[in-house]
Each structure stands twice: as structure tokens, then as C-alpha cells.
Design a protein around this ligand. Structure first.
Ligand code: FES
Length: 132
């Protein structure tokens, strides 16, 4: 069933817009004038992908940088785990966080990254509709 979810003026080139349709969180992505619709939530740990970045057809999650191809929903890489620990005066990390990267890396390695779902989009005049 086609449902209008936005107007074209709300989604400029390179832009994203989160919408809710039938209790689903969807993200519209304008890739150089072509509009795609994907799940708003990351296939790794559910981060909201509208807080990430869209470059061309590649949507990067703000949390651990998994990239998704919005034309297919495919996850293109494994998560990256950023570490911004503090250092002591002698350059060593504090004891509490000494093993943090290894601990989190080991923990997160058991979390599967899933592809995200895509939805057919139709632009009719100034109306963006998705088939859901
Ligand atoms: S939640 Fe998106 S990459 Fe981890």
C-alpha cells in the first residue's frame, strides 16, 4: 500500500528525514535526487541512523560507523569501536580503562550486524510515497 510520508521540499539532495509509518521507523534518503527508504534503526545496535551521515548512497551509523548501502540495505563493514580514554601524566591509561577496548571489542564481536530493510519509493509530483 502506497503511503505519502513527506513532501519533496522536505528532503533536499544529500538529506535524510525520519518518518513513522504504521508503527515502523523509516528513514528517507535523498541520494543525488533519487529517494530511498530504509529502516531508521541500525542493524547493529539500533542507533538512529538519521544522526549518522549520508554520502552518496552510503549511510554511516553514528555509533560504530557501520555503513549501509541505502539502495540495497546491505551492511558493508563491521563495527568500529572508538576509544577516547584519558592518559595519566606518564602517558599510561588509567587502570579502570586499561582493558576497556579489548573488553568492549570482545563483547561486541558477538553482536551480529544485520542488513537493514529497504522499501519501494515513488515520487509523484511533490509527494514522496513508500510502499509499506
Ligand atoms: S549501532 Fe550502528 S554500528 Fe553499532
Amino acid at each position: 500500500m502506497l503511503v505519502e510520508v513527506a513532501k519533496t521540499i522536505e528532503l533536499g539532495p544529500g538529506g535524510v528525514k525520519a518518518v513513522n509509518v504504521n508503527e515502523k521507523e523509516i528513514l528517507l534518503c535523498n541520494c543525488d535526487g533519487n529517494v530511498y527508504a530504509v529502516d531508521r534503526r541500525c542493524g547493529h545496535m539500533n542507533a538512529p541512523l538519521d544522526f549518522g551521515t549520508l554520502e552518496g548512497r552510503y549511510l554511516t551509523c553514528p555509533m560504530h560507523s557501520v555503513q549501509f548501502d541505502v539502495t540495497t540495505g546491505e551492511a558493508l563493514n563491521l563495527p568500529l569501536y572508538h576509544y577516547s580514554g584519558e592518559e595519566t601524566e606518564d602517558g599510561r591509561e588509567t587502570k579502570i580503562i586499561d582493558n576497556y577496548p579489548e573488553h568492549m571489542g570482545a563483547l561486541f564481536s558477538h553482536i551480529k550486524v544485520c542488513n537493514i530493510q529497504t522499501y519501494p519509493v515513488r515520487v509523484e509530483g511533490d509527494s514522496i510515497k513508500i510502499d509499506i
